[in-house]
Design a protein around this ligand. Sequence first.
Ligand SMILES: Cc1ncc(COP(=O)(O)O)c(C=O)c1O
Length: 415
Amino acid sequence: MRRNRSMDVLVEEIAIANNIRKEFPSLRGDEIYLDSGATSLKPRKVIEAVRRYEEEFPANVHRSAYPWAEKATDEYENARKNVAKLLNSKKEEIVFTKNCTEAINLAAFILSKYVNRGDRIIVSILEHHANFLPWMRLCNRKGAEFTVVDVDEEGFLDMDDFQRKLTKNTKIVAITMASNVVGTVPPIKDIVKLAKDKGAFVVLDGAQYVPHHRVNVGSLGADFIAFSGHKLFGPSGTGVLWGRKDILDEGEPLLLGGSMIKEVYIDGFEMADPPTRYETGTPNIGGIIGLGAAVEFVESIGYDFIERYEKKLVRYLYDSLKSVEGVEVYGPPPEHRTSLVAFNIRGVHPHDVAWYLGLEGIMVRSGGHCAHPLHRRLSIPFNQSVRASLSVFNTPEDIDRLIDALYKVKRSFKV
Ligand SMILES: Cc1ncc(COP(=O)(O)O)c(C=O)c1O
């Protein structure tokens, strides 16, 4: 087995990762899952929590007084407590959504009333479309300026460009905490401070960050943080919007109907307090209860281990890919990125690479990764790339198998 010289993962750490791997029933054989950036696999504990809800107390929440309904409501609200603890926030500040996209759209809707003609909203070219298009539309509707901060050729956010564009008419700064393509982790604390000095709201897209790094919303100073529960070992159809209590108190929900009201009259209505105000209709109850279990799963491993281990793993992935002739790797060096690497084999379409790897039991994502402007900005061939994204159950051996398979692809395509 090939071992790159930069491999500094400890044997004990690999043993822990292998034990964690056993918690995932979908990993039955020798599958190599390198697509946790798209959605994470679900550990047994999460699947069990969803099963328990659906089989043992499958009632609606916040409505009825019989024991199943009370149990369902308790477990649902427990999930909120777990997420709040994870982020060191108040539980009233945690709004459950169906994914990160909905969470960002909700933040944009809540903030829309503060945006006027001539104001500016800043995003970056690193953004996933989920943190790009809602702000573009808001600007188009309000006659505000949609302003995009550039990156350099390595995928680092251009902080001079940010500071130049951060004018006093800037109302909102919406920035990713980690790019889903080049993995860049921008200097979020600096960005928040600079934006706040100008009086702007700050919305952070934590979809690729929260599953890998601890976030303390109190010390971060942002106004909203959105992320996907389903990328954090939670069930599909789960997402979270953390929002500052005073802003949530003043905001309106995206959807009107059941649950979000205190009282309805024939000529008006009173809204419920947050977070219920923002969770209109029957939520994804089993999914959210599963997300509560997912948070316990993360806490049981601990962010300390996740960060330390994945940092070494992503370095190994990056160095291993770099060592293959004809492979182009995009983005900054591993010490500046989260747990993923996008690349191409020169002369081979990324879908062909991903399809071939799939035949070898290796699951990666290929395509534009919902980040078309970034692919274009970095002149990435085909405007698409292959992305290997890691989780705490992956091992250096998974990466060795990926690299071996890439050599096979090269041989097959004679490149
Ligand atoms: C950085 C980033 N933001 C937002 C999203 C959207 O997440 P979701 O699919 O949960 O809406 C993704 C998904 O890949 C992402 O990587």
